[in-house]
Design a protein. Structure first.
Lengths: 247, 247
DNA sequence: CGATTGTTTGAGGAATATCAATATGTGTGG
DNA sequence: CCACACATATTGATATTCCTCAAACAATCG
């Protein structure tokens, strides 16, 4: 067995611990296939806040999964400005967007200290040719990852600032639920400036909207931790300012 | 030879006429592979304005290429509102976003009478397993198609209304250049309401900005046809209101 | 603790949505 | 070909949202 491969016992533990469950790659594969895949995944490695996991333009050598902590991805757009693409929490996969041409399209940065799983791409790529179901699953994940982000960014584009914040909070909360975590509290690991960049508004406006949400007792904020007190109300706010397209 | 396959002579003509050239699938494949692929493509079929080529949720049975005319794609988002995802002109591929899970994620509608090429998915899928380069090329196209749209929508999110319109015009013009067409004029086949939906602003604002661009003699509008008189100026406007992220 | 970085709050102004009215274009049947 | 109805686009006046600038406040880190 090559040195990069680990024993199946270690691996089973690694991936079950990884809470990725149905969101991660194994979904839809046979038992044997999953085991072969799991042997590719390195144990979660620590990453320090501010560290870049990969940089836009880097050759894609691996796919990553957030084990603990939080990450952001960002792109430098045509005008040379940074645009934050998304925020990633435990269970989320990173680097899928670069699988097409094997180059990372964005930069991934740690928002706080955490741990990251690494799935070497060349080994995965070989396995893809051997296991028919894996290619499907990868493409499924790829298109889902992209369309989820896209969907969020799209709807944000037509909302008021209140709607944007509420939508983001609802989205983060829903993603927690999908991982069998409690809907609340949500941890906003990113700085206000990151939020502002992502949501396309100013940090001052972020502050004001969050204050308004607190005054209405829809959320409660303690440092980075946001407790959702009234989920239905938050959802109602998330529709706010979503212009109905005329005709 | 199955009835659905056509003779290579017909096919060569079909794809060379199709102006997809380097943008279409054949790019990067060997001559033999290209010929095998071309046998899958049906001749361009007419489509009437307003017709839906495929609908969100439909099983993916084919990939499409715009031969003539123009198309839009749209999604119904979580709040039940229509969100226009993009506009497609001759040479553009449609349906790539659904390749992951073989379900169309958006609805494609003809903006004017035109012609569409159809590439049956099941046959393409078989070919993918046989021709190694094709899978790469498809994933490349897939991720590019997605990231191009995403990029545009993203940058739009942080721009003023003037910046948004200018950016869209520049983008449409650049896409014409990529197909060896003249940069100008650009045909805005879609209604103002579609533009407004896509750009996240109101139709009245669209009107006003277009008027301002005309008054500055940067563009000239005749019906749906927009002539770009001063490309550098338009590019300058496209950066307008692109907030510099603080910090 | 200072120094630095990040966040909140306030006052004023610019951009853009909204509402209402008019104009232009497009298709249909006489 | 014209006249009408209907859809689409433009224009104007007003209201609102959100950004800008400026300052105070809180947190973090050496």
């Amino acid at each position: 067995m090559p040195a990069t491969f680990r024993h199946l016992d270690d691996v089973q533990q690694a991936c079950s611990h990884c809470s990725l469950a149905h969101l991660c790659l194994p979904y839809g594969l046979g038992i044997g296939d999953v085991k072969r895949l799991e042997t590719l995944v390195d144990a979660a490695k620590p990453i320090a806040r501010g560290t870049e996991l990969f940089v836009q333009g880097d050759k894609l050598t691996a796919i990553y999964a957030v084990d603990s902590g939080a990450m952001k991805t960002s792109m430098i757009d045509a005008e040379g400005l940074e645009q934050i693409m998304g925020f990633y929490y435990p269970g989320d996969l990173l680097g899928l967007d670069g699988m097409g041409d094997e180059v990372h399209h964005c930069t991934a940065t740690a928002l706080e200290d955490g741990h990251i799983c690494r799935i070497p791409f060349d080994q995965l790529d070989h396995l893809v040719d051997e296991v028919p179901g894996l290619r499907r699953q990868l493409m499924r994940l790829m298109s889902h990852a992209l369309s989820d982000d896209e969907q969020l960014l799209l709807t944000l584009g037509r909302k008021s600032s209140e709607g944007r914040i509420a939508t983001l909070l609802v989205s983060l909360s829903r993603r927690r639920l999908m991982r069998n975590l409690s809907a609340s509290p949500v941890r906003l690991s990113m700085k206000r400036a990151d939020l502002a960049n992502f949501l396309g508004m100013r940090i001052e406006t972020i502050s004001r909207v969050l204050r308004r949400l607190q005054e209405c007792e829809i959320i409660a904020i303690d440092r980075a931790v946001v407790s959702i007190l009234d989920f239905p109300a938050l959802e109602a706010w998330s529709a706010r300012g979503a212009w109905v397209a005329d005709q």
